[in-house]
Design a protein around this ligand. Sequence first.
Ligand code: PAF
Length: 283
Amino acid sequence: MEVYSEKQGIRIAIDAFKAKKLTIGMVPTMGALHEGHLQLVKKALLENDRVVVSIFVNPTQFNNNEDLIKYPRTLDRDVALLKTVSKTNIMVYAPTVDDIYEGNTVSQTFDFDGLEFEMEGKFRSGHFDGVGTIVKRFFDIVKPHKAYFGEKDFQQLAIIKKLVEKYNIPVKIIGCKIHREANGLAMSSRNTRLKAEYKEAVPFIYKILKKAKEKFGTKSANKISEWVEKQFDNHDILELEYFIVADAKTLKPIKRKSNKKAYRAFIAVYADNIRLIDNIALN
Ligand code: PAF
């Protein structure tokens, strides 16, 4: 398995594949790979001849410097994991900050038609400009036919679809279902940082989402939100940042339910100083 740390190298390899009419899938990641990532890679391998997995902790999407410093960096382990999936058809692009940002580590400013101001956008200022900047750059370097993103970051997925639409980027964005631990916790690279006490507590998040889904048939969004807030007020160690029932397309909080629309519940929770997000389809 080739691991490229410079865009020139990966570009040459990709040009050679494209000359042979092979299709390229891409799975952008920040490393510390887990089963959820591997599921994306496996799906990408089924639908493409070669798959590029990028591993890059993107500084411009962190609004909290401590989170950036503490983000796990485990390249050797990640490469070993990917080799268990395929030794021949995966390429890793693990660039340096300089290879990507060329000495100017700043984000471009985007207009994602308001998607960027909802939920995560309210709590992580500049985050989606950072995501848009890096994903646009990756698409420019790798030029994949298809790119795969998990629905755990549902808002990110919506924003990337918007990015591709607005900039006419010729790539098909594929959203993939959330992969969960046996206890229901959505898989995330941040989970490895949870202390034992918090590891035991966090399955509560998905339990609450499932209850919210049950309630959605009969209760208003406001009533469900009040109920969720109360559950976290009564919780010893988990701290709720937000719970929102939103239109799955616009991501705006729901005002009145309509049978014609799809809705989702979104949640962000602090477990110690680790921020976890999750979501669930409600109808
Ligand atoms: O979801 C992630 O891991 C990151 O936000 C992404 C899409 C790789 C961009 O850095």
